[in-house]
Write a protein that binds this ligand. Sequence first.
Ligand code: KIV
Length: 280
Amino acid sequence: MNDSVPTIANALPRKPVTVPRFFSAKAEGRKLAVLTAYDALTAQLFESAGVDALLVGDTVGVIVQGHDTTLPVTVDQMVYHTAAVVRGRDAGGGRALVIADLPFLSYQTGIADAVRNAGRMLKETGCGAVKLEGGGSDHAETIAAIVTAGVPVMAHIGLKPQSVHVVGGHRVQRDTEALVADAVGAEAAGAFAIVLELMHGDAAKAVTEAVGIPTIGIGAGPHCDGQVLVGADMLGMNPGFAPKFLKRYADLAGVMTEAASAYCDEVRDGRYPTAEHTHG
Ligand code: KIV
């Protein structure tokens, strides 16, 4: 593992973010900062920066694998990436909660499948929780069964990308009453937190006020209890993706392209490698 990554989170309390600590942030008025990661080095850097949780999202299918949707991602792939993120989190300090997404068809096919696949994530990766797309209206029994088996569950309401073909695209979700009912049902089923994706700010505020568990927004405005972004989007690695909700904190696309281009030039004209980079 890389020992030389910068650590700028020394000021944060180093107690691990367990599910109860994540949950109690809402009552304590602490906003939660969450980023997605799919590999060990990125996880180590985000851990060193002080994130509260690393979400191993099924967006790995889009960001890493190059698919148009998250649907092709498998349970085995999620196990592989989550284990890498746990190793990176541990190398960076071991504070952040690692949450693994349950991919398409790993829980929609029945409660036994859901419990088995959620259990695999904990047993085989060392993560602390799973996330599934759904809430009280569609997956209350599944959430309850997974939690009863000993696996903490984060729900996910609003836009659910695994249902993209049913809803006909990535649309802002507008039915506040239904969103509140979905969230209240997820909390009653035992979820410890809920992602709110792509909804009006007022709807996210109503949901956040209606539940005692933290709401983690993405495209849901400022009234949630925390925020999640896809790490690569936040870092500006994907200039073609520019939704209204996204704030870029760096231009890594520019930095990476310039660095790779300088490398190509130096290799081609013989400026790299030199004696300085040579053994003996
Ligand atoms: O898969 C994912 O990365 C997610 C976040 C965008 C919330 O579900």
